[in-house]
Design a protein around this ligand. Sequence first.
Ligand code: NOJ
Length: 760
Amino acid sequence: MKNQLILTLYILMLAPMLNAVAQVQGINNLDPVTEQKIDSIISLMTVKEKVGQMTQYNGSFDVTGIPSDIDSKTKLERLKNGEVGSMLNVLTAKATREAQEVVMQNSRLKIPLIFGYDVIHGYKTMFPVPLGESASWDLEALKLSAQIAAEETAAAGVHWTFAPMIDVSRDARWGRIMEGAGEDPYLNSVIGVARINGFQGEDLNAVNTIAACAKHFAGYGFAEAGRDYNTVNVGESELQNAILLPFKAASEAGVATFMNSFNEIDGIPATASTHLQRDILKGDWDYKGFMVSDWGSIAELIPHGFAKDKLQAGKLAVVAGSDMDMEGRVYEMALEPLVADNQIDEELLNDAVRRILRVKFALGLFENPYKYSDEKREKEILLSKENLEASRDIARKSIVLLKNEKGILPLKKSLKSIAVIGPLADDKDTPLGNWRAQAVKNSAVSVLEGIKNAVGNKVKINYAKGASLGMGERSFLMPLTINETDTSGFAEAVEAAKKSEVVVLVVGEDAFQSGEGRSQTAIKLRGVQQELIDVVAEVNSNIVLVLMNGRPLDISRPNEQVPAILETWFLGSEAGNAIADVLFGAYNPSGKLPVSFPRNVGQEPLYYNQKNTGRPSSDMVTYSGYQDSSREALFPFGFGLSYSTFEYGNVSLDANTFSGEGLLNVSVAITNTGTVAGKETVQLYIRDLVASRTRPVKELRDFKQIQFEAGETKTVTFKIDSKTLEFYSANAKWEAEPGEFEIMIGTNSVDLQTVKFTYE
Ligand code: NOJ
C-alpha cells in the first residue's frame, strides 16, 4: 500500500519533469532529476521485478534467431507480472500497443516495455545494405537513411533498432561483412556515428527517433577463417586500435545501447568478458547506457565450455556487465537464486536496471508508453513517396564504377538495342538484400524495369534471364539452394546478346547468400553464372557487368572479359532506377569501395591497412607474399571511378614539424579534367613510421567529398591535429607518439602522394 502510494506520487507529481531528459543528448549525459526517479523506482522493485527488466523475450512477428520453446500463455503471464522488460520482433502500432497494455494494465510497477527490432537498412522502405551504403562515403546521406528508417520504425511502435553493426570486417568469406561499413576502423567509426545520429536524432524523446545499438561488442568480424560465430584471437593492440575504435566513437556519440557478441576472444566469450564490458566500456569510456546480450549468447556460455550450467552462465554474464538477456532464458532462472545465496551482489542488478530505465526514460516511455504506437502515422509514413526518393538517391550514391573501358559508360540513349541478361536482371527480390525487416517480397525495382523506365520505347530491350540463381523458397533462417547445373536458358541469352549493341549482364549473389550464418569458403560467382558470362562474351564484347552482392567477390576472370563493371551491392527498394541513373549518366558515379576486392579467396582476410612485417620487399623469394598470386587487391579499398577524371596537383604541408598545438594544414589542388560535373572523395591516410607498437603501412584518418564542375579546380585542405595521429600505444593509452609521420593523399588507398613531417 505504502509502495503504491509512493509510486502514484512519483508518476503524478514528477512526470512533467521527465521532459528534462528529452533535452539531454546522448545517453552519457546524466540528468540528476531522472537519476533520482530511477533510484526511487529501483527502491520499490523486488528482485524478481529487477530480473524482469533484464529479460527480453521474442515476439511472434519475426524470428531472427533459434526460436525458443516458451508457450504464449506463459509469456503473457510473465508480461502481466512485470517479469519481462523488453521484447524484440513485436511489430506494428497495433501489436506494440496491445503488448504494452498487458504490462501497463497488469504489472505492479507499470514499467513500460521497450520494443527492439533489427532495422538494419530500412524498416519498410529498403535502403542499400550497410556495406553498400557505406560505399557512398556520404555521411549526410547515411544519416538521412537511418533517420528515415527510424521514422518508419517508430511509426510502427518500435523503440529500438539493433543497429548499426560496426564490426570491422576484413574477410569476404564472412557473410555478415554485408552488415557493416567494411574493413576500416575509421570509416566504421564515422559511418557508425552518422547512423547513430540518424536513428537517435537530437532528441530520443521525439516520436520519430529510436534508440540505436552499437554491435557486436566485440571482435565478431574477426572470426577465424570467416566462419560465423567462430573463435577470435587478437592481442590488446589489435583489439583497441582496429576492433574497438568504432565502438569508442559510438560510446562518445551517446549511442543508447550496446550488444555483445557471440564469439570468444582469447578464451573468454565476449558475453562474459569483464575486460570488455566493465573495464573498457563502462570503465575507461564511462558509458552509461545498457548492454543487451546477443540472441541466447548468455546460454551459449555453456557450449563455449565456459559455464557448466545456466546458473553459472548467469553469474558470469551479469558480473561481466551484460545487462539484458536476449532470449537466453538464463537471467530469469539464475539471478534470483544467485542473489538469495549471496553469490552475487544485488547492486549488480540495480546497476543493470538503472541503465535500462535510463533508456526508457530517454525515449519518453514513462511519460506516455504508447506514444510510438500510432496507426495513423504508421499508414502515412511507411513507404511514402519521399522515403522512396531518398532511397533512390542514396542507392545511386552507393554504386561503385570499377571499370570503364572503351568509353562504354554512360550508355547513350541513342542506342537502338540493349540486351538485359542474367539471373538477377529482372529479380525484384534480391535487391532487397538480407536483414530486410518488413520489406514486401519482390517489391524492389529490377534492373530491367529501371532501364525501361529510363529509355521508354526508344530503345529495343532484349531480355533473357539466362539462368536462375537462388532456388525455391528463400528466407532469413532457411538454407539456400543455388542452381549449379541448369544452363537451358543460355541459348536465349546468346540470341539476345547477338542482336543487341550493348549487353547489360546482371549477376552476383542471391539476397540470402550473405548475412548471418552465410559464410562461404568460395567467393567466386556461384552456380552457372561464370559460364553464362563466357557464352555471352563470345558473341558480344560490349558488356556492362552489373554486380549485386553483399560481400567482395573474386571477379578476376570476369574482369578480364568485360570492358565495364558496376558494383551495385543490394541497393534496396529503388535499386533498378538507381542503377539506370548511373548506366545512362543521369548520375555520375561517386562510390568508393569500403572493402578490398581480392584476386582470389586465398588472400582473405585482405585489408589495405596491413602491417609492414619484417620482410616487406618483394625482390627475393623469402618475403611476405605469395608464390602463386600478387598480394595486392584486384580493386583496393577506397577505389571507385567516375565519368569525370580528377587530376591531383602536388600535396603540400604548411610546416615540416608539428608540436601538437594548433593544426597542421595539408593541401592539394584537384582539377576535374573531364567533360561532366562529378564528385570526388579525397582520402587522407597516415603512417606512424616508428612506434611503441607497430603501426599499419597506411591508415585512413580523414576524407572529404568535393563536387566539381567540368574543368573546375579546387584546393582541398585537411587540418591535422594530435588526435589524427593517436593510437592505443604500449603505454595502454590513446596518444600520439613523437617521431616521423607520413601523410598520404589521393583518390584511393593505392594511388597516393606522400609527404613527411615530424611530430615533436
Ligand atoms: C542475432 C544477431 O547476431 C544480432 O545481430 C541480432 O540483432 C539478433 N540476432 C536479434 O535478431
